[in-house]
Design a protein around this ligand. Structure first.
Ligand code: SAH
Length: 270
């Protein structure tokens, strides 16, 4: 076994939601060091090519099935010290991560995962929304409606949505009828606010649509949004305009914590 074989590593790198500047510093360094990069579709091609070295082999995995991807990663790991599998958003969310890790484990190839900015976070940022607000909701559910991949028991949107917390719906933009009916079944009202973000963070291409549950389908049809979109349904949406916002304890004058003590008059003494 050569020295190279014993030291090679395949990195699963989160490329972020689209804007190449939302790649992490570590992800950028690994791309620059990589001898080979396999990227997942058009979403992340720019990040791959922007920082890769001149001799780096760059391949789109668009037309490859799982076996072909695994063979590619294993063969490149035998040739290069650093191989990068670049994925949209965060690799641990709807990214088939474990299916790609297991064959590498079996082949005895070391792997690492670098988290990425998920499109859920980038979409909230695009709308200047907070997914949690004091006394409104303190919980976020990242989920999808059932498509070809079945939902495990207890995880239908109708069941999860009963919490009336923030819901970030991946992979659901073509299933809006289902989104509506399941949210109604969970007690959400027709005028519940919904944020749809198409191509969150993509320079010049991002679109932010604000609508209601009742108008969701119509608005998306009118805006021709039918792919690469995040749907956020939350009681926090639009809070930027609320006159009576409940403030968090974190910056409250009368609230002491590890780094700041409230004085007796209620003035913060930091
Ligand atoms: N791992 C990715 C999700 C991959 S699943 C992440 O963490 O973001 C693909 C789904 O993610 C799409 O159907 C869409 O719902 C969402 N998505 C990915 N990139 C997006 C973007 N730039 N803007 C809005 N939604 C996006």
């Amino acid at each position: 076994m050569s020295v190279r074989e014993t030291t090679s590593k395949v990195w699963f790198v989160g490329a972020g939601p689209g804007d190449p500047e939302l790649l992490t510093v570590k992800g950028q360094r690994l791309i620059a060091e990589a001898g080979a990069i396999l990227f997942a579709g058009s979403l992340v091609s720019e990040a791959a090519t922007k920082w890769a070295g001149p001799d780096c082999e760059i391949q789109d995995s668009k037309g490859m099935d799982l076996d072909a991807i695994n063979d590619w990663l294993i063969s490149r790991a035998r040739r290069h010290a650093c191989v990068v599998r670049l994925q949209t958003g965060d690799p641990g969310l709807y990214g088939a991560l474990i299916e790609m890790v297991q064959p590498l484990d079996e082949a005895g190839i070391e792997i690492g995962v670098v988290p990425g900015v998920s499109s859920a976070m980038a979409s909230a940022a695009a709308g200047v929304e907070s997914m949690t607000l004091p006394e409104v909701t303190q919980t976020v559910i990242l989920t999808r409606v059932e498509g070809r991949t079945p939902m495990p028991e207890g995880e239908s949107l109708a069941e999860l949505a009963r919490h009336h917390c923030t819901l970030c719906l991946f992979l659901s933009i073509t299933l809006l009828k289902k989104v509506q009916s399941e949210l109604y079944a969970a007690g959400w009202s027709e005028d519940a606010p919904v944020l749809v973000v198409h191509k969150a963070s993509w320079p010049g291409e991002e679109r932010v649509v604000r609508t209601t549950l009742a108008d969701l389908r119509e608005r998306c049809r009118a805006e021709k949004i039918n792919s690469q979109a995040m749907i956020i349904v939350s009681p926090t949406l639009g809070a930027r305009q609320w006159p009576q916002l409940k403030k968090s304890k974190l910056y409250d004058k009368t609230f002491s914590h590890r780094f700041r003590k409230a004085d007796k008059t209620g003035e913060a003494v930091s």
